[in-house]
Design a protein around this ligand. Structure first.
Ligand SMILES: NC(=O)c1ccc[n+]([C@@H]2O[C@H](COP(=O)([O-])OP(=O)(O)OC[C@H]3O[C@@H](n4cnc5c(N)ncnc54)[C@H](OP(=O)(O)O)[C@@H]3O)[C@@H](O)[C@H]2O)c1
Length: 308
């Protein structure tokens, strides 16, 4: 019989990849805030605000999960800066409620945290490096990490690099989808040259999170791609891959833009630990783009077959 997975943030970008790849292996109980995207696969979905701790407890008790993957968050950095109380309620409070449930039931829990917990001065961060938040979002994510690690025996914090890909299911917050739309309409796209990252594709990430859900390792692991580059270079590589001129890709400095929360400059992550722990390969940029566009082709092909 399949193991039971409780997944938060269903409808989000990362969770879409997890649900899609969990089919057949996990009995998924997927929690979303807004109307879930219509999906035909057999799994159970619930729709409510995770800040409703009583409802969360009822759903947790009904699902009796073997593992929880907590992707739900307020992940918009500028929104968090403008709404710090809401960011604390959702990013810290909800994680703490889930951690208490997992502690009491001795359940495996995985939190999706972020490379943004680092200040971006050093780069190539390992799991041993000390976080140092420079914006509200990062502060809330560090507090979420602490609430998990302080409570759950079977807890694991995963710190994700910039996530790259087209939404596998539903919508989700995909910069690549927005970029592709803009380039197709011959509109310029702005990408910061100051932000150095180790982008990870959403398919690899979903697979790695599911693999980790079935393992016993605890502590922290960085889930990042194997190519380190700035976001402007990354966007140029993607534009070329899509067959567009890089003239439409414009370099910016995200920390010189008024009214935005500060971003870490070099938040690149060292993925050595993930590479030694996981069977899932941590791809370089070209391999990641291959995965993303192969799936897109397969999905487009499947859709056109269904229409004939
Ligand atoms: N994407 C990245 O580049 C990136 C990088 C580093 C770390 N991360 C982390 O990875 C995780 C997943 O990111 P993502 O890109 O998938 O984010 P996303 O697309 O914004 O998805 C987050 C989901 O959280 C749900 N949510 C927010 N508040 C909620 C509430 N009060 N109750 C119930 N659900 C709530 C949202 O639900 P609705 O859709 O129903 O509104 C949304 O689907 C987040 O924890 C983020 O901090 C992401």
């Amino acid at each position: 019989m399949s193991k039971r997975l409780l997944l938060t943030g269903y409808g989000g970008f990362v969770a879409g990849s997890i649900v899609w790849q969990a089919r057949g292996d996990w009995d998924v109980h997927a929690l979303s805030l807004t109307e879930p995207p219509s999906r035909s696969d057999g799994f159970t979905s619930y729709q409510f605000d995770l800040r409703d701790a009583e409802q969360l407890r009822k759903v947790f008790d009904a699902a009796r999960p073997d593992a929880v993957i907590h992707t739900a968050a307020l992940a918009d950095i500028d929104y968090c800066e403008r709404h710090p109380e809401e960011a604390v309620e959702i990013n810290v409070g909800v994680t703490a409620s889930l951690a208490t449930l997992c502690r009491d039931a001795d359940t495996r829990m995985i939190l999706c945290s972020t490379d943004s917990v680092f200040d971006g001065v050093k780069g190539r961060y390992t799991e041993e490096d000390a976080p140092n938040p420079i914006n509200t979002y990062a502060e809330t994510k560090i507090r979420a990490e602490q609430s998990l690690l302080g409570a759950v025996n079977k807890g694991l914090v995963t710190r994700l690099s910039l996530v790259m890909g087209l939404p596998v299911l539903g919508a989700g917050n995909s910069f690549l989808a927005k970029m592709q739309n803009a380039l197709e309409a011959s509109r310029e796209v702005l990408f910061p040259e100051n932000e150095i990252r180790t982008p990870v594709d959403v398919l690899t990430l979903g697979r790695a999170l599911l693999e980790l859900a079935a393992m016993d390792c605890t502590g922290i692991v960085h889930l990042a791609g194997s190519t380190r580059l700035n976001r402007y270079e990354m966007a140029c590589r993607i534009a070329e891959r899509l067959g567009f001129s890089t003239d439409l890709v414009v370099p910016t400095d995200s920390n010189a833009m008024a009214g935005r929360a500060k971003r870490p400059n070099d938040a690149s992550l060292d993925n050595s630990k993930a590479r030694s722990l996981l069977k899932t390969p941590m791809c370089n940029l070209d391999e990641a783009l291959d995965l993303i566009f192969q799936l897109k082709e397969e999905q487009d092909h499947g859709n056109s077959r269904n229409q004939t």
